[in-house]
Design a protein around this ligand. Structure first.
Ligand code: ADP
Length: 659
């Protein structure tokens, strides 16, 4: 017996007991896998001439044996080789994917090669965790999988009790495809597992969960008919009945996206989503669209309630499934959704599209672009209204996908700003909650002219930063940005024209967006400036000694007009802030050539520490000036949450101070 790979046992338990609350969904999961397997084979037939199959023959079969207490889901899809069985079913929640979720790996499921050897395609089709199959163990004490891969002569059987491990042995199967046989558990007080092995039980589950699977789901159903009247039957003949079985297609297969919204229940929409997009949670929103006119199409889109595990990997592919008159052309058509809405899942079906599976042709298809524009508007308006009318749901959405929107602004160099800027949320230091840029502006004091933000690695730390408290003390709000993309996004935005802030002449005034750690914030009065200039002049020698002590680290040392409590703070001149320089340096392969921050160490001349420095300078103690300056610089970096160059020397200097 082969053992399940390491995390598997733990995960299996977790999965069985917590991911799915509803045991009956095992059937949906197995049928979805079958549908995927059939899809994979169909895809292959489109791109590989040697694969000859007839689409009309592709089907899924559900069977049961009441006495043996088994339920069997079969398909004539792509099937699995011995290796596939080992890889796909031997590791629960593919250890890669699991580690990825924990932030360990940046490439999920690389060993997840499908029978056609196409890694990327497989990663696409794979559900959220690769756990769907294991839901069979919620109802089964044993599962047997007999599979024969397309193009292979031999078949293999995988078998497991779902506890310790599994076996794989040679088996027989007349055709390519897979049978999954679930041996139902014994009935308990809470659950009568046996009821799954009945015709009515299975039929209703197929209708409930898998009605829109696009391949026929067939069952041998028992029917009754009147026996033919025997020729020698006399007058008193009583008609007799007999049972016979017939293969029946149970699912409707009528595409759900073709139906009018008012005729479909939320539950049906949700089930379709979960089946087709392998999610275990209902979607957050469902958007359906029927367009008629020059271009006729139906679209059904979903905003997921959580990000898929591979969302942030390079292998993640955006796109909607594209159908032409109910026939799948492409699993993920990228052109249908912009990158910044890459989380949207769904289906577009248009009879007007030229049926051509070549990607190139579709890419240059103006019809496709017209549809994409319409869909983008629809998504945008749904998000806007959610943001306005259901902030709780929207905040949840933003937590999952806000990064994508921000990245969209940054990566388009601000070109997507008009679409995305009013969808952004940032944490307001003043209001202590997430706010939109419009809300920031609406609650700003009358004399405010800019949107201020601070960037760092945690909201708590940012809130405590001297410059943030100073700006807050002046009555202005500061947006605390703790995601690494934030500052790049703010830079790409550069300014924001609030929706309602129309000037008397009809124009809208754009508010500049300013980093509180950047150059002049424009918050200094003339009087403060004059005072600072005088102090700079008065202490010119000291400042030049301090600048010498920090040679190569800072551009200059100057009197601060904005730091009120701390002895010093670090600001930057030019486009590169401290946080940004740090992030850039952390990028892999950035050993050379990353832009440096032009750091200014601003000194609070009202702080007692400054007096100490002045005294040291006056008494000619140059070493003390240099050491203390070094400590001040390092401690300012630490306050920002940034690493210091030489922690050992910092510690020695502080210890020396104590002695
Ligand atoms: P998921 O379906 O979420 O990827 P599963 O645990 O349900 O995860 O299945 C793991 C993998 O096993 C699938 O990705 C697929 O490669 C393979 N598999 C499962 N069922 C079948 C089937 N009926 N035919 C072919 N391959 C299958």
């Amino acid at each position: 017996m082969r053992k399940f790979k390491t995390e598997s046992k733990k995960l299996l338990d977790l999965m069985i007991n917590s991911i799915y609350t509803n045991r009956e969904i095992f059937l949906r999961e197995l049928i979805s896998n079958s549908s995927d397997a059939v899809d994979k084979l169909y895809f292959r037939s489109l791109v590989d001439e040697t694969v000859k199959i007839n689409r009309a023959d592709l089907a899924i079969t559900v069977a049961f044996d009441e006495d043996a207490r088994t339920v069997t889901v079969s398909d004539n899809g792509i099937g699995m080789t011995k290796d596939d069985l080992d890889k796909n079913l031997g590791t629960i929640a593919h250890s890669d994917s699991f580690e990825f979720k924990q932030g360990g790996l940046d490439k999920p499921g690389l060993d997840d090669v499908s029978p056609d050897g196409d890694v990327a395609a497989d990663v696409d089709i794979i559900g959220q965790f690769g756990v769907g199959f294991y839901s069979a163990f919620m109802v089964g004490h044993k599962v047997r999988v007999v599979s024969r891969a397309y193009g292979f002569d031999e078949a293999w059987a995988w078998e497991s009790d779902g506890v310790d491990g599994y076996t794989i042995e040679a088996a027989e199967r007349s055709e390519h495809g897979t049978d999954v046989i679930v041996y139902l558990k014994a009935d308990t007080d809470e659950e009568t597992y046996g009821s799954f092995a009945t015709e009515s039980g299975l039929k209703s589950l197929i209708k409930k969960y898998s009605n829109y699977v696009r391949y026929p789901i067939q069952m041998e159903v028992t029917k009754s008919r009147m026996k033919e009247r025997p020729a020698d039957a006399g007058d008193g003949y009583q008609p007799e009945f007999e049972n016979y079985t017939e293969l029946e297609t149970v699912n409707s297969m009528v595409p759900i996206w073709k139906r009018k919204k008012q005729d479909v229940t939320d539950e049906e929409y949700n089930e379709f989503y979960k089946t087709d997009f392998h999610d275990f949670e209902d979607p957050l929103r469902t958007l359906s669209l029927h367009a008629e006119g020059t271009l006729t199409y139906d679209a059904l889109m979903y905003l997921p309630s959580h990000a898929p595990f591979d969302m942030w990997s390079k292998d993640y592919k955006r796109g909607l499934a594209l159908y032409s008159s109910g026939v799948l052309i492409m699993d993920k058509c990228e052109e249908l959704v912009p990158d910044y809405f890459n989380f949207v899942r769904g289906v577009v079906d248009s009879a007007d599209l030229t049926l051509n599976i070549s990607r190139e042709t579709l890419q240059h298809n103006s019809q496709l672009r017209a549809i994409a524009r319409r869909l983008e508007k629809k998504i945008k308006s749904e998000l806007s209204s959610m943001c306005a009318d259901d902030r709780e749901a929207y905040t949840g959405f933003f937590k999952e996908f806000g990064r994508t929107l921000k990245y969209g602004i940054y990566s388009s160099y601000g070109m997507a700003k008009d679409t995305l800027a009013d969808l952004l949320l940032f944490y307001s230091a003043k209001q202590e909650k997430m706010v939109t840029l419009d809300e920031y502006v609406a609650s700003a004091p009358a004399d405010a002219e800019a949107i201020y933000f601070a960037a760092g690695d945690s909201v708590e730390r940012l809130a405590a930063m001297p410059i943030v408290t100073t700006v807050l003390a002046k009555g202005y709000d500061v947006l605390l940005c703790d995601e690494s993309v934030d500052e790049f996004c703010m830079m790409a935005l550069a300014d924001y024209a609030p929706k309602d802030a129309v000037e008397p002449d009809g124009s809208t005034k754009a508010w500049p967006i300013k980093n509180v750690g950047g150059e002049d914030l424009g918050l200094t009065t003339e009087e403060e400036k004059k005072k600072a200039e005088e102090a700079t002049e008065e202490n010119a020698d000291l400042f030049s000694a301090m600048a010498d002590a920090l040679a190569g680290k800072v551009k200059k040392v100057a009197v601060s007009t904005r730091v009120t409590e701390a002895p010093v703070m670090l600001t930057t001149e030019g486009a590169v802030s401290l946080q940004m320089a740090h992030l850039l340096k952390e990028q892999p392969g950035s050993d050379e050539g990353v832009p440096e921050a032009q750091i200014v160490m601003e000194v609070n001349v009202d702080h007692p520490v400054f007096q100490v420095l002045k005294d040291a300078q006056a008494s000619g103690n140059a070493q003390k000036v240099a050491d203390y300056t070094g400590i001040l610089f390092d401690q300012a970096l630490l306050v920002e949450g940034l690493p210091i160059d030489n922690p050992l020397r910092f510690a020695e200097r502080v210890s020396a101070l104590m002695v």
